[in-house]
Design a protein around this ligand. Structure first.
Ligand code: GRF
Length: 191
């Protein structure tokens, strides 16, 4: 990806819920060494906690929802253009972007997924991992392409599953690692 020669890249974070990764990325983006600055937090969910947090942090927020997703995307693309957003981080964004949208930001959208991709794409990863008695799971930061959770992997962390693990314990441990690898992956892209 294009180097940023001292200037931070204008970034939007897309969320749908809690926003712990968002919170972590905001903190990271304020570090002098961070290649990104977060200029917009977008959510398709009005009640996403992450939106309130972004407001507290004085970051521009945007909520749009529409039953017709292409209408939502059309409105969103217009605003992203106006705000000169160059890079997008998905962080718990629960909608699948259309090919048209992805094409407009080709190679400039990344996502964090709570599994050791290519294993366990899609939803409820921890539940499925535990049900299958896996020994390892993990988390992955990857580029977004036209196929769900299938873009080029930027960074991954492998995590051991313990015998006494349950959904709560495992999600918590994976999330902790997510918070470490997401900023590292961004540093890697722009290095
Ligand atoms: C994370 O587990 C992330 O990997 C997945 O959705 C969850 C979002 O959590 N895509 P949060 O909203 O960042 O706390």
């Amino acid at each position: 990806m294009k180097r940023y020669f001292g200037k931070k890249v204008s970034t939007a974070v897309f969320i749908s819920g809690r926003g712990s990764n968002l919170k972590n990325l905001i903190k990271f983006s304020r570090n002098k060494k961070s290649p990104i600055k977060i200029d917009l937090v977008f959510s398709n969910n009005r009640n996403a906690y992450g939106l309130s947090y972004a407001k507290i942090e004085k970051i521009n927020t945007l909520f749009i929802n529409d039953k017709k997703f292409y209408i939502l995307e059309k409105k969103l693309l217009k605003i992203l253009k106006e705000k000169k957003i160059k890079f997008i981080c998905l962080a718990g964004f629960m909608r699948i972007l259309t090919n048209n949208f992805i094409k407009k930001f080709k190679g400039r959208i990344i996502n964090i997924h709570p599994s050791l991709l290519p294993k366990y794409k899609g939803l409820n990863t921890h539940r499925r991992v535990l049900d299958n008695n896996e020994i390892y799971t993990g988390c992955t930061v990857h580029f977004v392409n036209y196929k769900l959770d299938s873009g080029k992997i930027i960074l991954q962390k492998k995590i051991k599953i313990f015998k006494n693990d349950n959904l709560k314990k495992l999600s918590k441990r994976v999330l902790k690692e997510e918070h470490k690898i997401y900023p590292k992956a961004i540093m890697k892209i722009f290095s």
